[in-house]
Design a protein around this ligand. Structure first.
Ligand SMILES: [Fe+2]
Ligand SMILES: [Fe+2]
Length: 368
């Protein structure tokens, strides 16, 4: 792996290196019972489906501006998203470019979080088969950091520092004293959201083959990671939790949900564009399509929490306020590992694409 960093990733306010102090209980398993067939099957799958980041078509030319213009981003932004003021075509293209760069950058930082959290899981999880799988996940996550970093710095040339809410959440996950909280935070919440976000990005960047291939490969890995989290936690929670333990977990889930939800408002994008943050973040908060996007990010988290018995009255109350309970009857990650974007959203985007196609076909052909 040898690539040029056209624009290195910006450093967050706290500096390039962040130290997080945590005490963990490292567990050896001298029994090697290897009884959990579901975990062993995931481990076998993980080993055989590993891929090499170097094999991707890195010589693909990536021109998001051109793609955005061809995809009618001006119409999309102004008609479907109802912005506070009409955006020029140039502004629409820039906004789309920065939104993509922001999302991809948060994927990169989240992947580094996953790399470190899965390494912690290897140490703290008691069962040998879970240690095997977590070790396999560590190498997946290193590859994910590699591909997003390369894409952002070599291909896109624009990137963002970690969002403060995501930084707080990653710190909370690493400092959690009980190992199941690392799982809950990383495997169920952060990765569950990432899985939905990847699906969305892939749909939004249709027409860019490199990101399409990259995202598809990462999603396949992530689907296994989320399933790993759910299968392991299910095994643990079967034994029941005390009232205090349950209360701690409820608080952790609610806090993580708010932190994840906050970062989806992309205030750093508007700051970088020099636009009034309040006006544009307000718009992100209220415009129906953006609300739909944000809610969809939780479409896998909600059924997974339900499967784990964590959709308790307290968590339900918090989720009802964010209108997220509509996903509770979706298939969880064990029943269906992949995430499908909601039908209404797909229909809306398809309608937009169709109208763009019709326009292009109706346009008079250029004079010879
Ligand atoms: Fe990952
Ligand atoms: Fe992962």
């Amino acid at each position: 792996m040898d690539y040029v960093q056209r624009n290195p990733v910006p450093i967050p306010k706290g500096g390039a290196f962040q130290e997080v102090e945590s005490t963990i209980q490292t567990v050896f398993d001298w029994e090697y019972e290897l009884a959990d067939k579901k975990l062993l099957a995931l481990y076998e799958k993980g080993k055989s489906l590993a891929w090499n980041a170097t094999d991707l078509a890195w010589d693909t030319e990536v021109d998001i501006e051109k793609l955005s213009v061809e995809g009618g981003v001006g119409d999309f932004m102004n008609k479907l998203l109802d912005p506070p003021r009409t955006l020029t075509d140039k502004e629409s293209v820039d906004l789309r470019l920065h939104q993509n760069a922001f999302m991809l950058s948060q994927f990169l930082h989240g992947e580094q979080g996953a790399l470190i959290a899965s390494a912690k899981v290897v140490q703290v999880v008691p069962w040998a088969e879970a240690k095997y799988y977590a070790a396999n996940q560590v190498s997946d996550e290193a590859r994910h950091v590699e591909v997003y970093h390369r894409y952002l710095t070599e291909k896109l040339g624009i990137s963002y520092e970690i969002h403060p809410s995501l930084q707080t959440l990653l710190k909370d996950i690493m400092q959690a004293k009980d190992w199941d909280l690392t799982y809950l935070g990383m495997q169920v919440m952060v990765e569950g959201l990432a899985l939905a976000a990847f699906g969305m990005l892939r749909m939004m960047m249709e027409g860019e083959p490199l990101i399409h291939d990259l995202t598809g490969r990462v999603m396949q890995d992530e689907a296994r990671h989320v399933a790993f989290g759910v299968v392991t936690l299910e095994k643990l929670y079967k034994g029941g939790l005390t009232q205090t333990e349950m209360k701690e977990r409820e608080e952790f889930i609610i806090e993580a949900t708010h932190l994840l939800h906050d970062r989806l408002l992309m205030h750093q994008v508007f700051e970088r564009m020099g636009w009034d943050q309040k006006t544009w973040v307000d718009w992100m908060t209220r415009t129906p399509l953006m609300r739909g996007f944000r809610q969809m990010m939780f479409s896998k988290i909600v059924p997974n929490l339900k499967r784990l018995g964590m959709l308790t009255p307290r968590v339900r109350e918090a989720y009802a306020k964010l209108d997220l309970l509509k996903f509770e009857n979706n298939k969880d990650s064990v029943e269906e590992p992949e995430v499908a974007p909601p039908a209404e959203l797909v229909a809306m985007l398809m309608q937009h694409l169709q109208s763009q196609n019709d326009k292009q076909q109706a346009a008079p052909s250029p004079a010879p």
